[in-house]
Design a protein around this ligand. Structure first.
Ligand code: SF4
Ligand code: ZN
Ligand code: ZN
Length: 317
């Protein structure tokens, strides 16, 4: 009987990666994922062996696969999980928190957990419903809160860089969306590594050259338990429909998503887009008078304004 063989040992292959023209058995695939991620970290100068890295953990396969890989590679990587209080019906937050805590305990790793409702008095869906007067999904507020708390945790814990589990499919979908709208600001900012500055940790995506099916295969073969259900608010999102479209193109022409993202980065580097590569360094930033994080708003940052922060001049009256 003929079957596809691992190109290293000749055993039956567990995964065929047409886009990379690679076939591996379980052991050689797991080994390849470590080498591939480490080469991304080195190539894009994301962090070094002695850097303290804070990994944003959602309880899903990508963030836990990333944490596992960094741990196996010997990097100093601690986890950070935000309980968003998204529990109506599906218990999404409480379940994902359990997976995050279980993973950290199983490997004896440090995990900081912020319970948003306990800290700030309301869950993300309630905060969004109040501030958006019940209109739309809570995703933009949720994203802003996650960015803010992650920066805060990095600064308070002395971490110079925050690592997220974004994979190639995520990056291709965001790029597709930004290109459809010719969103120059976002196009200029989209990068696998953004350096930090005062009050803002650096941001890196060590899995951005891994397809989603590769991170899923890694989590499965490494027996990582993770939350398989998506956040209930992600249903019907445009990024999911863009991923479907890109997958159709990928099926017809393996490597399409990789070429799309990598050629974009190359074109940006060559100055093709005539957009300034800000590397995340925005002009006109100053510290928020309430929390101290960098903001371009004249009074306080969006986070403080949204949760009802009080500017110092009012606080002392
Ligand atoms: Fe937050 Fe929206 Fe993501 Fe759910 S889908 S975790 S609400 S950003
Ligand atoms: Zn093999
Ligand atoms: Zn603030």
């Amino acid at each position: 009987m003929s079957y596809i063989r691992c190109q290293v040992c000749g055993q039956r292959a567990s995964i065929r990666m047409r886009q990379h023209r690679l076939n591996y058995c379980k052991d050689h695939f797991l080994e390849w994922m470590l080498k591939h991620t480490d080469s991304t970290i080195q190539k894009y100068r994301m962090f070094g062996r002695n850097t303290r890295v804070l990994v944003a953990i959602s309880g899903g396969k990508d963030s836990l696969a990333l944490w596992d890989i960094l741990w196996r590679l010997g990097y100093h990587a601690d986890g950070f999980y935000i309980d968003l209080g998204i529990d109506e019906g599906l218990d999404y937050s409480s379940q994902s928190r359990q997976f995050a805590e279980q993973f950290a305990t199983s490997r004896n790793l440090a995990l900081t957990v912020i319970d948003f409702k306990k800290e700030y008095g309301e869950s993300i869906p309630t905060l969004a419903a109040r501030t958006q007067r019940g209109k739309g999904k809570p995703c933009s507020i949720c994203g802003m809160v996650k960015r803010h708390l992650m920066n805060q945790a990095a600064e308070q814990g002395g971490y110079s860089v925050v690592a997220t589990g974004h994979n190639l499919d995520d990056e291709a979908a965001v790029l597709f969306s930004n290109m459809l709208g010719w969103n120059q600001t976002q196009l200029a900012r989209q990068a696998p590594a953004l350096s930090g500055r005062d009050g803002m940790a650096g941001k890196v995506k060590p899995l951005f050259r891994c397809y989603e099916r590769e991170t899923a295969a890694y989590a499965f073969l490494q027996r990582i338990a993770y939350i398989e259900t998506e956040c209930p608010f992600s249903a019907g999102s445009t990024s999911i429909s863009y991923k479907h479209l890109l997958n159709q193109m990928e099926d017809r022409s393996p490597g399409t998503k990789m070429r799309f993202v990598m050629n974009y980065l190359k074109a940006k580097e060559d100055g093709f887009f005539h957009i300034e590569n800000t590397n995340g360094q925005d002009e006109g930033l100053h510290p928020c008078p309430v929390c101290g994080q960098a903001t371009s708003n004249p009074d306080m940052c969006v986070f403080c304004r949204t949760i009802g922060g009080t500017p110092p001049d009012k606080a002392y009256r």
